[in-house]
Design a protein around this ligand. Structure first.
Ligand code: NDP
Length: 293
């Protein structure tokens, strides 16, 4: 058996097209403020992509740069200023911050109604309580991909999320629970992880260990939504070359699974698409606009 590939790139393009259509029906333009502190090259690429895709969806994107030497107070005052700015609907603080800065404290300064990354305590609390709010982007992307593979109704499916981080594992578990799935959260202390995973209809590895999930961890026909992004050596591409792999061993697992996301091109592209969606939702909630169908 060979699993069908869940094409995150194509599905993310659909989500972005939906966002662009929704934006075109709004009475004004939502706006996203992106804050980048320092010179981290990977963060610069992510920020450029976020700014470009926000603008392509018809929204306003304002890029705020602070130097590597910025103090905690500099970062927090900028966030406070953006909170108060009537023209800003969403605030994204690009992580990681340079060494010496406290990311958690800075995130907590973001007004929950502008927290398009869904990372503040209020956003996490709203998700836990089942109240409307902005939900972390990567987990939202995981649910969308699972629905594309298995259909809208995920109720009764057994989901095993491997990982319990605040950014991915925990919110992913809560989102699948909200879809009436039966959810198991596994982590580094879980006993007999392969056996736990073998019971999953939907397996969501979010660990950061290259190709950890093997074929004999997978229930035949299961869907694997692979969140992990790991850079490994790729001597076959030449000396010093690297490539990206997921937490699942794609070649092996796709012999057993029914559906599987590739890395790259699976969950990754969904994250920005869901950020754009959150920006529209934040703008509608704050400005009293009806969310377009
Ligand atoms: P964290 O390091 O914060 O969390 C990793 C989790 O994996 C922890 O809960 C940890 O358990 C668990 N874990 C570690 N080792 C094992 C093991 N041997 N067996 C079972 N569980 C284990 O990572 P993140 O959640 O931030 O990210 C996870 C992965 O997802 C990374 O590869 C990251 O790059 C990727 N990622 C991808 C995104 C995307 O857009 N596609 C976005 C964000 C992240 P414990 O709590 O017990 O320590």
């Amino acid at each position: 058996m060979s699993a069908s590939m869940i094409d995150g790139k194509a599905i993310a393009a659909d989500v972005r097209a939906d966002v662009a259509k929704a934006v075109s029906q709004l009475p004004g333009q939502p706006s996203l403020a992106v804050v980048l502190v320092g010179e981290d090259p990977a963060s610069q690429v992510y920020v450029r992509n976020k700014v470009r895709q926000t603008e392509e969806a018809g929204m306003v994107s304002v890029h705020h740069r602070l130097p590597e030497t910025a103090s905690q107070q500099d970062v927090e005052s900028l966030i406070t200023q953006l909170n108060a700015d009537e023209n800003v609907d969403g605030i994204l603080l690009q992580l990681p911050l340079p060494k010496g800065l406290d990311a958690d404290a800075a995130i907590e300064k973001i007004h929950p109604d502008k927290d398009v990354d869904g990372l503040t305590e209020v956003s996490a609390g709203r998700l836990t309580l089942g109240k409307p709010g902005l939900v972390a982007c990567t987990p939202t992307g995981c649910v969308i991909l699972a629905k594309r593979a298995l259909g809208e109704d995920l109720s009764g499916k057994h989901v095993v999320v491997i990982g319990r981080s605040i950014l991915v594992g925990k919110p992913a578990a809560l989102l699948f629970l909200a879809e009436n799935c039966t959810v198991t959260i596994a982590h580094s202390r879980t006993k007999d992880l392969p056996a736990v995973c073998r019971d999953a209809d939907i397996l969501v590895p979010a660990v950061g260990r290259p190709q950890m999930v093997k074929a004999d961890w997978v229930k035949p026909g299961a869907a694997i939504i692979d969140v992990g992004i790991n850079r490994v050596d790729a001597p076959e591409k030449g000396e010093g070359k690297t490539r990206l792999v997921g937490d699942a061993d794609y070649a092996e697992c796709s012999e057993v699974a029914g559906h599987i996301t590739p890395v790259p091109g699976g969950v990754g592209p969904m994250t920005i698409a869901c950020l754009l969606r959150n920006t529209v939702l934040a703008a509608c909630a704050r400005r009293g606009w009806k969310v377009p169908e």
